[in-house]
Design a protein around this ligand. Structure first.
Ligand code: 9D3
Length: 245
């Protein structure tokens, strides 16, 4: 690996939530090999009061608390560079998808700001944030898992991170569609069989069967994928895009 690592800093009051995720599997290997550098930045290290307070009551009243601007501004300032993308993880952000992952994989430094179950002072959005991202329409307890999801999706797109076997895909016809059903040995398991065509050795028929299965499955389960260009390339491509730096 020779290119500069993609650096990612996660600003949160729960920096250790990342440890287990980064300590396993492909992310662990990618960090060890120098493709990525991920750090948890403890927001409380940027507070000034004895209680290390990161939130306060909302101006104007009402329920809940709001994350204070000062610790967030200071934490981001401590890591930010000219070219950093500063990403607020929030249920109100644009919904993450493979196209956004590809876009972020081309950057050199990502800073994730993670809230928890409360709002963030709007001046953080106005003056600090370049992007606001949600990972989908369900409510989590904080933004660290969403940041980890983005980190995972982005990391596997960096050229060299995936081995050949992991990245290989039948792009010719599965591109933008769901996968066809797959089988491995034994040919009969507990009375359950494998479709004859897959045992036939007729590669052309196998290709056709898989194509048909992928189409039917996509039509049945995710008809939106057949028309939505933003979801194009939802399956691994491995080589075409990514960082050049
Ligand atoms: C009370 C209104 N809530 C907004 C829907 C407040 C709120 C709930 C949960 C604020 C933050 C959170 C914690 N979630 C995230 O920070 C988060 C998230 C998510 O919950 N779902 C999908 N994507 C994301 S990105 C960050």
């Amino acid at each position: 690996m020779d290119a500069k690592p993609l650096r990612m800093d996660v600003v949160t009051i729960f920096p250790h939530m990342l440890d287990g995720i980064l300590g396993e599997s492909i992310l662990k290997r990618a960090e060890a090999a120098g493709y990525i550098q991920v750090r948890g930045i403890d927001l409380r290290d940027f507070t000034t009061d004895v209680h290390r307070t990161t939130d306060d009551r909302p101006y104007g009243g009402g329920p809940g608390m709001v994350m204070k601007p000062e610790p967030i501004f200071k934490a981001v300032a401590s890591v930010r560079e000219k070219r950093s993308r500063v990403i607020l993880m929030s249920p109100q952000g644009r919904v993450f998808n493979q196209a956004v992952a590809r876009e972020l994989a081309a950057e050199e430094h990502l800073v994730f700001i993670c809230g928890h179950y409360e709002g963030v002072d709007e001046r953080v959005r106005e003056a600090l944030v370049t992007d606001e991202i949600s990972i989908g329409d369900y409510v989590l307890t904080n933004g660290v898992l969403p940041a980890a999801v983005v980190i995972d999706a982005v990391t596997r797109l960096i050229p060299g991170v995936l081995g050949h076997d992991e990245s290989a895909v039948d792009e010719s016809f599965s591109h933008g569609k769901l996968e066809y059903p797959q089988y491995t040995r034994p040919a009969v398991y507990e009375g359950m069989t494998v479709p004859d065509v897959l045992l036939s050795g007729h590669h052309g028929q196998v290709r056709e069967w898989r194509q048909q299965q992928a189409r039917e499955r996509t039509q049945q389960r995710r008809p939106d994928l057949l028309t939505d260009e933003r979801r194009e390339g939802i399956l691994p491509t491995g080589s075409k895009q990514g960082r050049s730096a």
